[in-house]
Design a protein around this ligand. Structure first.
Ligand SMILES: C[S@@+](CC[C@H](N)C(=O)[O-])C[C@H]1O[C@@H](n2cnc3c(N)ncnc32)[C@H](O)[C@@H]1O
Length: 221
């Protein structure tokens, strides 16, 4: 049975849904305690921008020994992701409605994650919107510095995008990231090294369309 993560009394920090697997932001902000949140110890892997949760429901079913955390800022997508996890009857996944920036900047402790997955992040294709990219030239270096802080040594960072321009920018940002070394192939040294790939909602769509997919992973030094 999953444990219920109670929201504090403050109405401003009330959860968007009442599902026990949705963690209130305030619970993380007060101090992350993974064994309390998951009801057990074990490695934690986080997906940023989990969308409707296809990857997380598959990953948590396929790797029950791992504790999975989905971060999503859209309430509608988060609700769909939780519904999907409930239908899949997985117990080892939790969700938080938040912008990843808050988790990375202030809430997540050092070396507290075994891996971070950023699969098909919003590419913000218009030039005037490039500053909104999580891994763009403006925000990217800070995002990656925070990622290097929260991913444990030997842990992993996986990124995928269908947008070639964004892929080039991500590579440029990651080349300046001292904390990570590139893996030869996508997920070459991690859970998915056996060829099992993290199909997401967007990846499924792009595969059907035959669209180019850029997929990279790095190992935390
Ligand atoms: C293009 S969708 C991809 C969803 C999923 N990863 C997939 O591949 O099917 C990007 C998702 O990231 C979410 N998102 C964008 N920026 C975010 C941020 N800073 N923090 C958390 N979620 C974010 C969006 O709401 C959206 O659901």
């Amino acid at each position: 049975m999953a444990i219920r993560i109670r929201a504090p009394a403050d109405p401003a920090s009330r959860r968007a849904s009442d599902h026990p697997w949705e963690i209130d932001q305030a619970v993380l902000a007060e101090g992350v305690d993974w064994p309390m949140i998951f009801g057990r110890s074990g490695p934690v892997e986080m997906e940023i921008g989990c969308g409707k949760g296809l990857f997380l429901s598959r990953a948590s079913a396929g790797h029950p020994e791992v504790n999975w955390l989905g971060v999503e800022r859209s309430s509608e997508h988060l609700r769909r992701a939780i519904d999907r996890a409930v239908k899949a009857r997985v117990e080892n996944v939790r969700f938080v409605k938040a912008g990843a920036e808050d988790l990375l900047r202030s809430w997540l402790p050092d070396a507290s994650l075994r891996a971070v997955h950023i699969l098909y992040p919003d590419p913000w294709p218009k030039k005037r919107h490039h500053k909104r990219r999580l891994l763009g030239l403006q925000q990217g270096p800070a995002t990656v510095r925070h990622l290097a802080r929260v991913v444990e040594p030997g842990g992993h960072l996986a990124i995928a995008t269908d947008h070639t321009g964004y892929a080039e920018v991500i590579m440029q940002v990651m080349r300046g990231a001292e904390g990570f070394e590139r893996e030869e192939t996508f997920y070459s040294q991690s859970l998915f090294a056996d060829g099992e790939l993290p199909l997401t909602e967007f990846e499924r769509k792009y595969r059907i369309e035959g669209r180019l997919r850029h997929r990279f992973s790095w190992r935390r030094r």
